[in-house]
Design a protein around this ligand. Structure first.
Ligand code: CA
Length: 231
């Protein structure tokens, strides 16, 4: 299980990231200021650093610089509200591997994290990255190729449909509420009154078969295995 170090001083964002990344199968640790982030990163224990630029005591760019000065090549994704071109350039020049500006979509961040872990993995050998296929019944979701197949037949999904399918496949046969799906797939800046989950469940049903996503009235949705066909 890859371990991710989050350097973020804003409690709301940190806990959102912890929950989301934990649900996606990562080990997660949060440091809330620059020196703590640097010390934790230098342990070599973590596979990737999500680095906020505006950190107390030691700025994110300084954390990055010191980390690289110490010879660490751990993948670093900068996470920041500062999206000016100058900061982006400074981040990359400082040795960042990627850059995501706030507010970000969780599925996009997750895709970037997986991509950077895969890059690192191909450099250093298969030490920590496992991107298994998720299966339930005759559904199979391949996290590496980002494809889904239904009874062995590949089905095209949009990025958002894929992220939604992934959440269901991570918790098969469990009821997932609209709020859970919203926060995990759409990120922290969603409108809680939005019906976007219902809309995307409909899209997904069309592609994987309506009987696989059951509506649980008043609660949410559940991924099920369709009963065998009686002929
Ligand atoms: Ca901050």
């Amino acid at each position: 299980m890859p371990s991710i170090l989050i350097a973020e001083d804003e409690q709301r964002i940190a806990s959102f990231l912890e929950k989301g990344l934990g649900a996606a199968g990562f080990g997660v640790t949060t440091a809330t200021d620059g020196p703590a982030a640097l010390n934790a990163a230098l342990t070599g224990f973590y596979d990737l650093l999500l680095l906020d630029l505006g950190l107390p005591a030691l700025d994110g760019l300084d954390v990055l610089k010191r980390l690289r000065d110490q010879g660490s090549s751990m993948p670093v994704i900068i996470l920041t509200a500062r999206d000016s071109a100058a900061d982006t350039v400074a981040g990359f020049e400082g040795g960042a591997n990627d850059y995501v500006s706030k507010p970000f979509r969780f599925d996009e961040l997750l895709a970037r994290i997986r991509a950077r872990l895969t890059d690192a993995d191909s450099r250093t050998g298969p030490i920590s990255v496992l991107l298994p296929a998720l299966r339930h019944g005759d559904l199979e979701l391949d996290l590496r190729t980002r494809r889904i197949s239904v009874a062995g037949v590949a089905v095209d999904l949009s990025a958002r449909e894929f992220a939604l399918a992934e959440e269901f496949l991570r918790s098969p046969e469990q009821v997932l509420s609209r709020e859970q799906l919203l926060s995990r797939v759409w990120g922290f800046d969603f409108d809680p009154g939005s019906n976007v989950v219902d809309v995307y469940v409909r899209y997904l049903r069309r592609k994987i078969g309506p009987e696989r996503l059951a509506t649980v009235r008043g609660m949410g949705y559940r991924l099920t295995t369709p009963p065998p066909l009686v002929t």
